[in-house]
Design a protein around this ligand. Structure first.
Ligand code: DCM
Length: 133
């Protein structure tokens, strides 16, 4: 059986990375993540990402490239991450989150927010891209 994919976005805009704080489930609430969600049947990861970011945050985005790697979640699920460009909208915690923040490279380096462990490798890679590394 192949694992089901959860796709998350490293949304970049004007030198900052978008972070969202989960409001559910209880064991993940309060932790920060790259926002996203599960693929629906027939969707490509890019389509799922655009849909999830629209539903959860009210923003329009364009996936740019996949960050290499795949990270295990709960059994049967893996996390894949794409970088994405913000096209329009101001992110708001409409669904599944209770706060959003734009983090600069410096704030990322200072480890300002409590990321989900499984998101940390992709966040580090996105931070490298922000600082031009
Ligand atoms: N998830 C994660 N990291 C992300 C996005 C999601 O670990 N950046 C996990 C949390 C959930 C599962 O994927 O267990 C499905 O996400 P959601 O509840 O947002 O659909």
């Amino acid at each position: 059986m192949t694992d089901r994919v959860v796709v998350a976005g490293a949304v970049l805009d004007r030198g900052r990375l978008l972070a969202a704080r989960r409001s559910a489930p209880p064991e993940l609430a309060g932790r920060w993540e790259l926002p996203g969600g599960k693929l629906e049947r027939g969707e490509t990861p890019e389509q799922a990402l655009v849909r999830e970011l629209r539903e959860e945050l009210g923003i329009e985005t364009e996936p740019v490239e996949r960050i290499p790697g795949e990270w295990p979640l709960k059994p049967g699920y893996v996390l894949q991450v794409w970088t994405a460009r913000l096209l329009s909208g101001e992110p708001l915690p409409l669904e599944d989150h209770d706060e959003v923040r734009w983090l600069t490279a410096r704030e990322l380096e200072a480890d300002t927010v409590d990321w989900l462990d499984q998101d940390r490798p992709a966040v580090a890679e996105a931070a490298r891209r922000l600082s031009g590394g």
